[in-house]
Design a protein around this ligand. Structure first.
Ligand code: SF4
Length: 184
């Protein structure tokens, strides 16, 4: 799990980036082992600058076609790739079954990320994963975000068969915002 989703104050501004009950619920099951990791803290410490991906998605960064830049223009590409490799190492060592990661982040985003700086006048979203989520995905690890409520319902029910699946819940790519923004 993205460490911030577990309540650890590892965000760029030393906050936990908000509170997400959908993810925190996973910490309450005593049959579940949750490994918390903040890739940006691993490489850059906390607090730190905000960063975004320029020229593509996280997968493009891993394949050398895009870069990770901070707001002040410092190139964090190498550190972010190193962090993604550490995250993969932990995931494989601990044999994790699913990664629940904070969406929108240049590191942890799995459904939607920014295209270029989020602080630009015309901030633009793109479909895609951040660098660390992409590293897990391309190595066969299932990744969902804290906003994939339908997938999380299935996860809760697999952990606790008495959990009644709420069929009204939807994943992030099924929301009106997503469909209207991306024309899907
Ligand atoms: S890098 Fe990931 S775990 Fe760390 S603060 Fe950002 S979203 Fe959270």
């Amino acid at each position: 799990m993205s460490a911030c989703l577990a309540g650890i104050e590892c965000g760029y501004d030393s906050t936990a980036n908000g509170t997400y009950p959908s993810a925190l619920k996973l910490l309450q099951y005593d049959t579940v082992s949750v490994f918390r990791f903040c890739p940006e803290d691993y490489s850059f410490g906390t607090p730190r600058e905000m960063c975004d991906i320029h020229g593509g998605t996280g997968l493009d960064v891993l394949e050398g076609r895009a870069r990770v830049l901070t707001d002040s223009g410092i190139d964090w590409t190498e550190g972010m790739i190193r962090a993604s490799e550490k995250m993969l190492e932990i995931a494989q060592r601990e044999r994790i079954e699913v990664a629940v990661l904070m969406d929108i982040s240049a590191a942890c985003g799995s459904q939607v990320i920014y295209s270029g700086s989020r602080f630009s006048e015309n901030k633009v979203y793109q479909i895609g994963a951040g660098v660390c989520a992409a590293q897990l995905i391309r190595n066969g690890i299932k990744v969902i975000s804290q906003r994939d409520y339908a997938s999380l319902e299935v996860l809760y029910s697999k952990i606790d068969p008495s959990h009644p699946v709420d069929a009204t819940k939807i994943d992030h790519h099924e929301t009106e915002w997503y469909k209207s923004y991306f024309g899907k």
